[in-house]
Design a protein around this ligand. Structure first.
Ligand SMILES: Nc1ncnc2c1ncn2[C@@H]1O[C@H](COP(=O)(O)OP(=O)(O)O)[C@@H](O)[C@H]1O
Ligand SMILES: C=C(OP(=O)(O)O)C(=O)O
Ligand SMILES: [K+]
Ligand SMILES: [Mg+2]
Length: 497
């Protein structure tokens, strides 16, 4: 029996809940973004995070300077080399966020019923009754009776953190400080994904794209809209059309929205992203793991529901940034995701996605959905997809195959009139935030023409890679999606050994 809701493909025996889960070579199809900070920035800590399943590292420029984040990034590179795990780099802007400037590095506690003065004078020392704010226009932006909410990361010493106001702040979404960081740190480190904090309108993204296109090395950076207030939520559809992906910043948005409405936003936003074939990233899932080894029941269930809703990735903030158990937080979330993926109603979802595209389908989309359908019908253990731009692989992932997709990124030679370089590295890393995609960068010495001989030799390398990592075993069936000459083909192969 196939039920027509998005969870539980079919009823299961209660006793089967206790059956131990099979170990996979990868923790989950759902990806985990880890924010790197004080508790997760040494080579050792980052290696642990990569081993536990983190595939995107987020650098949050709401705090810390470029030098601090550069050191962390160098450590990430060392950890990638030693663990041989791929990891994408996400630059998260500060955005129009008002911050309390606490230079004392000591936590500050606020007392109930106390009177607090907010001052734009950043030279003043922060205390329980005086909070310096990094925004001169505050007194003009508020009126008597307005509420000012002070974010929860506040006063933990290391992070200067968010203050939220029930008002519209006349600051651009990409501030001058953000632009400076992108121009310097971002360009120097070939940022894979730019997270545009507090995206409020589609213009915010157009502006960001135009800005990136003028910078050396950043024209390929994917732009993710971080939706964290009601304004961004209201303009969601137009934002999604322009974005390469969306981050549902439930922490900040959850303050702006009545609690009983948060789930509605999540389900709608994730669904819209799924239908558009763009990655949806959900934040703030296991806050309590910042200080504890186990999540609460509500948090554990929430992670599973995010997967059943169709999320591509889970973003951990304080849990990895300043939490006591970054590695355990990642592995716990990964295990919950893997369990939820097993009961995800792929059949129902697939039909909805096909219906939503309508007819006629584009050729690539038709090939991609057919590859997923064939793989499920023949119980293939993996789909191997050849891609250069990454588009075919993303389209396959859109149909949420139940098996991993090994996306073999074939480099292309390109020139800017001065130099010749190979593409591929960006495309491979950028798929690390898409549910089910596991990229592999083909050797740049392979010629890019799609002849039978080159296809076969690259496929052999991919299969060897799959076998070495345990993703494919002897006698497995594998679905391959590639171009032979001018024709896109989906073929099913049976492995001998
Ligand atoms: N270098 C390649 N060798 C063989 N097949 C390829 C290559 N690049 C893409 N394909 C296949 O070609 C078809 C679509 O082509 P195209 O849109 O150019 O791919 P993409 O945009 O993903 O790079 C898909 O079947 C894809 O798997
Ligand atoms: C991720 C969030 O915020 P921040 O960027 O402040 O960590 C959030 O609000 O969910
Ligand atoms: K931020
Ligand atoms: Mg294409």
């Amino acid at each position: 029996m196939v039920s027509n809701h998005l969870h539980l493909e079919e009823p299961i025996r209660m006793s089967s809940i206790l059956e131990p889960s099979k170990r996979n070579f990868f923790p989950a199809m759902t990806k985990i973004v880890g924010t790197l900070g004080p508790k997760s920035r040494s080579v050792e800590a980052i290696s642990g995070c990569l081993g536990a399943g983190m595939s995107v590292a987020r650098f949050d420029f709401s705090w810390g300077d470029a030098e601090y984040h550069q050191q962390t990034l160098e450590n990430l590179r060392a950890a990638i080399r030693s663990t041989k795990k791929l990891c994408a780099v996400m630059l998260d802007t500060g955005g129009p966020e008002l911050q309390v400037v606490n230079k004392t590095e000591h936590p500050i506690s606020l007392k109930a019923d106390a009177v607090i003065v907010l001052t734009p004078d950043q030279d003043k020392e922060a205390s329980s009754n005086l909070l310096p704010i990094n925004f001169k226009g505050l007194s003009k932006a508020v009126k008597t009776g307005d509420t000012i909410f002070i974010g929860q990361y506040l006063f933990t010493g290391n992070e200067t953190t968010s203050v939220w106001l029930e008002i519209h702040i006349e600051l651009p979404t990409l501030t001058d400080k953000d632009k400076e960081v992108i121009r310097t740190w971002g360009a120097r480190n070939s940022t894979d994904i730019l997270s545009v904090s507090y995206t409020r309108h589609v213009e915010d993204l157009r502006h960001a794209r135009e800005f990136l296109s003028k910078l050396d090395g950043l024209s390929q950076t994917k732009i993710f809209a971080k939706i964290e207030n009601v304004e961004g939520m209201i303009h969601f559809d137009e934002i999604l059309r322009e974005a390469d992906g969306v981050i549902l910043a439930r922490g900040n948005l959850g303050i702006d929205l009545p609690p009983e409405k948060v789930f509605l936003f999540q389900k709608q936003a994730v669904h819209k992203c799924n239908m558009a074939g763009k990655p949806a990233v959900v934040t703030r899932v296991v806050d309590s793991m910042t200080d504890n080894l186990r999540p609460t029941r509500a948090e554990a269930t929430d992670v599973a529901n995010a997967v059943l809703d169709g999320s591509d990735a889970i973003l951990l903030g304080a849990e990895t940034l300043r939490g006591l158990y970054p590695v355990e937080a990642i592995s716990t979330v990964g295990r919950i995701c893997a369990e939820a993926e097993k009961v995800y109603n792929q059949d129902f979802y697939f039909k909805k996605a096909v219906k939503c595209v309508g007819q006629p389908m584009s050729h690539v989309e038709s090939i991609a959905s057919s590859a997923v359908r064939a793989a499920i019908k023949v119980k293939a253990s993996v789909i191997i997809c050849f891609t250069s731009s990454g588009q075919t692989a993303r389209l396959i992932a859109k149909y949420r195959p139940t098996m991993p997709v090994l996306s073999v990124v074939i480099p292309r030679l390109k020139t800017d009139q001065l130099h010749w370089t190979f593409t591929g590295a960006f495309e491979a890393r950028q798929s690390l935030i898409v549910r089910g995609l596991f990229p592999m960068l083909a050797d740049a010495r392979h010629p890019v023409e799609t002849t039978n001989a080159t296809n076969e030799s690259i496929l052999k390398v991919a299969l060897d890679h799959g076998q070495a990592s345990g993703i494919v075993k002897p006698h497995d069936r594998v679905v391959v999606c590639q171009k032979v000459g001018d024709a896109s083909v989906v073929k099913i192969i049976e492995l001998e050994n």
